[in-house]
Design a protein around this ligand. Sequence first.
Ligand code: ZN
Length: 220
Amino acid sequence: MSYLHVVDKKHSALPVGKVVCVGRNYAAHARELNNAVPDEPILFIKPSTAIVSMQAPISIPTQRGECHFETELAVLIGQPLTQGCTELQAQNVIAGVGLALDLTLRDLQQQLKGSGLPWEKAKAFDGACPLSEFISMDRVGNLQDQRIRLWQNGDLRQDGHTGEMLMPVLSLMVYVTQFFSLQPGDVLLTGTPAGVGSLKPKDKLKLSLSDLIEAIVRVV
Ligand code: ZN
C-alpha cells in the first residue's frame, strides 16, 4: 500500500509511513503470555512494508512457527507530532481511527526474547500489519470507551475494551514522541487485549471496533 485514507474525508490520502507499536498495554494480555506488566510502555516499530489492507486476503508466513493475531486500535497520524507535545496536540493530529492486526511470529519472538534480541524478525515482516479502513475522530468520540473484538471462524477470541489500556492513547502518543517523531501517514498501534491465538491458512476473521468498524479478513 502506498497511501492511507480516512473513509469519510475526501482528499485525505496520506503516504504510508512507519507503524509504532506498544507491547503489553493490556494487563490481561501480558499475563496470558506469562510476561510481567511493564512499568513503562515497550515500543517497537514495523516498517511501511509491513502495511497491507484488510480488504484483500492476507498471507501469513508458514515456515517459522505459529503466527498469532493481535487485534489493536490503530491511530492514523495526520500532522507531525514531536517531543514536548501535549495530549491536546496529540489529539489534534489524529487523522483517523481504525483496527490493525499486529501479526506476530510467536515462536520466533519467544526465541528472540529469550536471547535478549530485538523482535523485528517476528513482528516486522512484509504483510505483518493488516489495516482496516480509518474513520474520522468525530465519529469515534472517546478513544478509551471502545470495544475491540475478533472472531476466528465464527468463534469470539478477543473481546477487550480500550478502557483497560495501561497507558491511554493520548498519553501513549506523547510518550512515543520522547523517542520517535510521528509524521503524517504514520500509524500507532495501541496494544492488544487478551485472547491472542494462532492463525491458519483459510481462516476467516471478523474484527470490530464498537459499532463503528467491522472488517472481514481472509487468510490465504
Ligand atoms: Zn501487539
